[in-house]
Ligand binder design. Structure first.
Ligand code: ZN
Length: 160
């Protein structure tokens, strides 16, 4: 059975960057399970999952445009420290919810300098080419209820 729209597919993955550094991996965990065609995984990977069958192992390279987006310089901002009231010790790497042009965004503190805080609203993987090593571990038809909800139920999915 091939992965096609409305399949529920499971896969193991290792994600590395251009330098070969591992960014994320399902090793030692349950495989990732998703409803194919629903935009639950990055578009560039979803495209390359189509037509695969259980046992397929392949490498997928995904451009930033089809991954987590290109890097937008305008999402990097400098804000006064008093904007972070109630936070005593602001450190690079801390994440906050902020307001962007399209609603709520997550921002990451990149630098703190005296009374200035530099934040970045880009996804941490924005602008990066993604290199996936994939092993398909399961394919089945989605149930009517899963299709109606738009997500997977049971193992690796929603429990409700
Ligand atoms: Zn549901």
């Amino acid at each position: 059975m091939q992965i096609s729209p409305n399949s529920v597919a499971s896969f193991h993955y290792t994600l590395t960057d251009d330098q070969g550094q591992v960014i994320d991996s399902s090793e030692g965990r349950e495989p990732l399970t998703y409803l194919h065609g629903g935009g639950h995984i990055v578009p560039g990977l979803e495209k390359q999952m189509a037509g695969r069958v259980v046992g397929d192992k392949f490498n997928a390279d995904v451009t930033p445009e089809e991954g987590y987006g290109v890097h937008h310089a305008e999402l990097m901002q400098e804000v006064p420290r008093e904007a972070f009231q109630g936070v005593e010790d602001i450190q690079p790497g801390m994440q906050f919810q902020g307001r962007g042009p399209q609603g709520e965004i997550n921002v990451t503190v990149t630098r703190v300098e005296n009374d200035k805080v530099f934040i970045d609203g880009n996804h941490p993987l924005a602008g990066k080419t993604l290199h996936f090593a994939i092993e398909v571990t399961g394919v089945r038809d989605a149930s009517a209820e899963e299709l109606e909800h738009g997500h997977v139920h049971g193992a690796g999915g929603h429990h409700h």
